[in-house]
Write a protein that binds this ligand. Structure first.
Ligand SMILES: [Zn+2]
Length: 349
């Protein structure tokens, strides 16, 4: 192998606020998934103590208000994907988000991952969440983000339902290889995501292409763990090498609340969850300078006018690796699979 190992972030010494950083029309979306801290995937198996649950429900308001105040300071309009139940439990907060000029999208009704839904229950979930949010904000919900980016090849029917339920765009497909989510070969820039019957605009979270892999640097642990230069390198790649030049970043209010109580997680989960939480506020503020920020709904409106030139990608037909098929739990395969030979056996005959 002669391929030189190069680190894209090494050559990226220019901060986005530096005028020499050529943004080439880069449009960046700051998105926030609004949920109580104990809803995270890492805590899905935990029985969280009611007092701790109450603590997180209470912390959600000040940590979100902190975000809103920073966004006001910098004159940035962002996109908040809100869990529908939060619109019921924290209506004043959700209303405040909308009244300060931000977009409010849906982050499901109760943060159940899409792979735990049937088509019918997913449709119900979409409606219940959208209705609760719209009642509070008085504005139409246009965007959807699945809990834990849980739209994958096996449940690509969810894309059809989003179209049928009138959503303008989705932001649930992470083009990475990961143990819990991801459609590794999906485009890294906005694209037309095809389910079985319909197409919807997909705005995937930003990734850094490095050594043949897409690294999920657009938020989460990557944002907190690695130098900001990694994210800047991704923004530069997107600005200069991808079309449309849109970077979707994602965060959660709890990531900016270093004072909160910790969840009783195992060592690895605890590391992934809390790494760098003490510096995340300063980092976000740094990020807010020098980039051009837009709401996802505006990007969707703009791209809708250029629909025919957007790349299309069949999420429902993403080739599955053999091991994915072997290990896919029964509930993600269609009913017709029961009692039929495994694909690997079937294909040798
Ligand atoms: Zn979430």
């Amino acid at each position: 192998m002669n391929r030189a190992l190069t680190f894209p972030w090494r050559s990226d010494k220019v901060h986005p606020s530096d005028p020499s950083f050529d943004m080439n029309g880069l449009q960046t979306i700051l998105s926030f998934d609004v949920e109580e801290h104990d809803r995270i995937e890492a805590a899905a198996h935990l029985q969280v103590d009611p007092a701790l649950k109450a603590h997180y429900a209470q912390r959600l308001t000040p940590s979100t208000i902190w975000l809103l105040d920073q966004l006001d300071n910098f004159g940035i309009k962002a996109t908040f994907f809100v869990v529908g139940q939060i619109a019921r439990t924290h209506p004043r907060l959700v209303k405040d988000i909308a009244q300060r000029g931000h977009e409010v999208g849906s982050h499901s009704w109760d943060h159940r991952r899409v792979h735990l839904h049937t088509r019918d229950s997913f449709r119900q979930d979409l409606r219940q969440s959208r209705d609760a949010i719209e009642q509070v904000t008085g504005q139409r919900v246009q965007g959807y983000r699945a809990p834990t980016f849980s739209i994958v090849t096996q449940n690509a029917w969810a894309l059809d339902l989003l179209v049928e339920e009138g959503f303008a765009y989705d932001s649930s497909i992470f083009p990475v290889r990961h143990d819990r989510y991801g459609v590794p070969n999906a485009p890294r820039a906005p694209f037309r995501a095809a389910g079985f019957e319909h197409e919807i605009l997909e705005i995937p979270p930003a990734t850094l292409r490095f050594w043949g892999l897409n690294l999920p640097v657009g938020g989460g642990g990557y944002f907190r763990l690695f130098p900001l230069a990694l994210l800047r390198a991704a923004l530069r790649q997107i600005a200069t090498g991808l079309k449309p030049t849109v970077a979707m970043l994602y965060f959660h209010p709890w990531e900016f609340d270093p004072q909160q109580e910790r969840l009783p997680l195992g060592r690895l989960s605890s590391f992934r969850t809390y790494v760098g939480i003490g510096r995340s506020r300063a980092r976000l503020v740094q990020l807010m300078t020098g980039l051009r920020y837009v709401r996802a709904a505006e990007v969707a409106k703009h791209l809708d006018q250029h629909w025919n030139v957007l790349p299309a990608y069949a999420v429902a037909r993403e080739p599955l690796a053999n091991e994915d098929i072997e290990h896919a739990p029964d509930d993600v395969l269609s009913a017709g699979w029961e009692g039929q030979p495994r694909l690997s056996e079937a294909s040798v005959s």
